[in-house]
Design a protein around this ligand. Structure first.
Ligand code: ADP
Length: 267
């Protein structure tokens, strides 16, 4: 579904590349977290996938389309296949929940029957049927993010991109939102979620791709934000149970053992 081949992205007036040779493939149907500290390159990956920007070199293929080759007029077609959700929801404040979702279909030129059918069906998926007539300011943060997810989903995208979707939410609500994204993935949509929310990544285990300074430093199925679970470390000869338990409770960012890290290339 997504393939990055030797992708480098350097911004003007910033000599250090934001992405420095990214090679990664995310197959259709997968749910992957893209994690890493602020400035590690997560948003750049999302921007390149949305074709808001082009890589400096390398190739990006999304759903069979080479984004480095498609023409400007083909970009709307690409974005039709992509749903996207942001940290700040980006809802239309003067439209109701249902109108926010319907608006996407209107822009795509859908007929009235499609709108009448798809909007309630999508609101049901995200659990908002009873709030269809509310305005965004009458909703909690979690509810607003559900509307944003409904808006992304209503065009039935093959790929859903989420850029820090829980960044403005409390921990309980964040978990509910990621559970919803997980259900959407189980129904067949590929999901890539950029996040630095370690509790979510550790609670809902999925593939974890970690960036640091524009490079992939870890790529694990069912990964965590912290050190590996004790049974994994023990199988690898990871020392006493107490020491392993202490290590797995270590601060998320520093906790990765050398065995899970890809060595940095020589400068
Ligand atoms: P993240 O989303 O992980 O916080 P970003 O992709 O936003 O990381 O940024 C990666 C690097 O690229 C950072 O060093 C950032 O300062 C730099 N960067 C991002 N956008 C621009 C830009 N428009 N111009 C110059 N540098 C940028």
């Amino acid at each position: 579904m997504i393939r990055f081949e030797k992708v480098v992205k350097t911004y003007a007036r910033n000599p250090r590349p934001a992405l420095d040779g990214i090679d990664v493939e995310i197959p259709a149907g997968q749910f992957a977290y893209l994690v890493g500290a602020s400035g590690s390159g997560k948003s750049t990956v999302i921007r390149l996938l949305l074709r808001e920007d082009r890589p400096t070199s390398g190739r990006i293929v999304v759903a069979g389309r080479d984004l480095t080759r498609i023409k400007r007029r083909e970009v709307p077609r690409l974005r039709r296949d992509l749903g996207v959700v942001f940290q700040d929801f980006r809802l239309l404040p003067d439209k109701t929940v249902a109108e926010n979702v319907a608006y996407v279909l209107h822009v795509l030129g859908a007929g009235r029957d499609t709108v009448r059918e798809q909007v309630p069906a999508t609101l049901e998926v995200v659990g908002l049927s009873s709030l269809a007539r509310r305005f965004p300011h009458e909703l909690s943060g979690g509810e607003q993010q559900r509307v944003a997810i409904a808006r992304a989903l209503v065009k039935k995208p093959r790929l859903l991109l989420a850029d820090e979707p829980t960044g403005n939410l409390d921990p309980g609500t964040s978990l509910e939102i990621v559970r919803l994204l997980s259900q959407i993935n189980e129904a067949g949509t590929t999901v890539l979620m950029a996040t630095h929310d370690d509790s979510i990544v550790n609670e809902i285990r999925r593939r974890v791709i970690e960036l640091s300074n524009g490079r992939i430093v870890r790529d694990e199925q069912d990964g965590a934000y912290e050190a590996p679970r004790p049974e994994v470390a023990e199988r690898a000869g990871g020392g006493s149970g107490a020491a392993v338990a202490a290590a797995s409770g270590a601060a998320a960012w520093q906790g990765h053992p050398p065995t899970t890290r890809v060595p940095a290339a020589a400068p």
